[in-house]
Design a protein around this ligand. Structure first.
Ligand code: CMC
Length: 429
């Protein structure tokens, strides 16, 4: 990282502050000493101009529509690699050799079972509990089951906790689904790959043989690669902030899951699917496009636009291709939702309103259609996102713990409440 300086004038004070330059992307003004030198804080709700950390993991160029994991373009990883290879890359910084990959896959596979006592834990939930609430609780509870991997100061324990979470997340997610539909839990089967195993745990029943469809397993694997990390988004920042206090890794990831559950973050694919259903037919599209453009109508095209991407979301392209592959494999011909999606995308991308505002389809536009076709209920969409994002959260958490300059995250504030009030005893108020 190279440095230069910037000069900030505040009243009669002039302060020289370092400007840090990364490898690519915008540089940052390091204002760490600003308060000490001027008595002023900076103010940036929503972190729209604030970098919260240095990181070597993921890079996004929103204007060009680029997403890189450790320098590798997302489309190449999704096309040619697999999810566990991406996990290795995010966690350790480089693509594995064949031997490293085999060893990593083996380690993850050997940790897929959860403590049998956890099945009792599930029984405490109502059957209609949202699977995300079960995920938050069960992942947080892993700290109570795996005491031997919660010492964050021990690199080996950090390592084991990381592998455990990547391995057990699909098992817990599938258990949450099975519980909600009143079917018995399906134990993991270690001769299957990560996504085949997950599909089997979700969709097989003891009464009949289950044959994994390799096209669906490959599609799910690609969806997991696309969702594995996304820089300092809300849930990742939540994990980092929780971890900055020295909290145990399972608790930190549970905090990330809770944040992801919010509709502004992980829930948009559900909203996009609902909207496509509401539009219903291609003939209705112009009406909805007109509503999206109407300033007096709060309606927005769900699955369109992004805070960072001001170009086609690179994940959306792969997601669109995957949607077509899954629907064709399942023999879904003329799916009305897909038909509406394709035509809506075409119309919106040639409309001046969307062109001028740089509104392109995002990853959520096609993911709901795909997951629904695969047999997942809407309530599981965000759960699948959490399964995939776990590795990103862990990689970012590990990076933070390894950083020698790491300290507890403690934002400041602009206080706007009462300045000083004299306390009056209750009888005198
Ligand atoms: N449909 C119609 N108009 C839109 C849309 C949309 N989907 N998105 C933004 N606009 C307009 C908005 O009205 C505003 O217009 P004006 O400048 O005239 O007031 C302008 O575009 C900028 O919008 P903004 O809300 O200031 O932009 P933002 O960066 O704060 O919002 C967003 C980004 C994703 C919240 C927004 O585009 C949106 O609400 N999209 C629909 C929901 C959605 O698909 N969310 C999933 C995001 S991807 C999730 C992930 O990466 O994990």
């Amino acid at each position: 990282m190279t440095e230069s300086t910037a000069t900030i004038h505040v009243g009669d004070k002039t302060v020289e502050v370092p400007v840090k330059h990364g490898t690519v992307g915008p540089s940052v003004i390091d204002i760490g000493k600003l308060y000490a030198k001027t008595g002023l804080f900076t103010y940036d709700p929503g972190f729209t101009s604030t970098a919260s950390t240095e990181s070597e993991i993921t890079y996004i160029d929103g204007d060009k529509g680029v997403l890189l994991y450790r320098g590798y373009p997302i489309d190449e990883l999704a096309e040619h690699g697999d999810f566990l290879e991406t996990c290795y890359l995010l966690l350790y910084g480089d693509l594995p050799t064949a031997a490293q990959k085999a060893e990593f896959d083996y380690r993850v596979t050997r940790h897929t079972m959860v403590h049998e006592q956890m099945t009792r834990f599930f029984n405490g939930f109502r059957r209609d509990a949202h699977p995300m609430s079960i995920m938050v609780a069960c992942v947080g509870a892993l700290a109570a089951f795996y005491h031997d991997s919660i010492d964050i100061n021990d690199p080996l324990q950090r390592q084991i906790a990381s592998i455990r979470m990547i391995a057990k997340m699909p098992t817990i997610a599938a258990m949450a689904y099975k519980y909600s539909i009143g079917q018995p839990f399906v134990y993991p089967k270690n001769d299957l790959d990560y996504c085949s195993n997950f599909l089997r745990m979700c969709f097989s029943v003891p009464a009949e043989e289950y044959k994994v469809n390799p096209v669906l397993a490959r599609a799910l694997d690609r969806i997991f690669v696309l969702h594995a990390d996304h820089e300092q988004n809300a849930s990742t920042s939540t994990v980092r902030l929780a971890g900055s206090s020295g909290a145990n890794p399972f608790g930190c990831i549970a905090a990330g899951i809770a944040c992801l559950w919010g509709p502004a973050h992980g829930g948009a694919n559900e909203a996009a699917l609902k909207m496509l259903g509401e539009i219903g037919t291609v003939e209705n599209i112009p009406k909805y496009v007109a509503r999206a453009k109407d300033k007096n109508d709060p309606f927005r095209l769900m699955g369109f636009g992004h805070r960072v991407y001001k170009n086609y979301d690179p994940r959306a392209k792969i997601m669109a291709k995957t949607a077509h592959e899954v629907l064709s494999e399942l023999g879904v011909k003329d799916d009305p939702l897909l038909e509406v999606a394709v035509e809506l995308e075409r119309i919106a991308l040639s409309d001046d309103y969307f062109i001028e505002k740089k509104l392109y389809p995002n990853i959520d536009f096609y993911s709901g259609i795909t997951l629904k076709a695969m047999g997942f209920p809407v309530s599981m969409f965000t759960v699948l996102f959490a399964v995939a994002r776990t590795v990103g959260w862990i990689a970012q958490w590990k990076e933070m713990i390894d950083d020698p300059e790491q300290k507890i995250g403690r934002p400041r504030q602009l206080y706007t409440g009462a300045p000083f009030r004299e306390y009056k005893p209750v009888g005198t108020r």
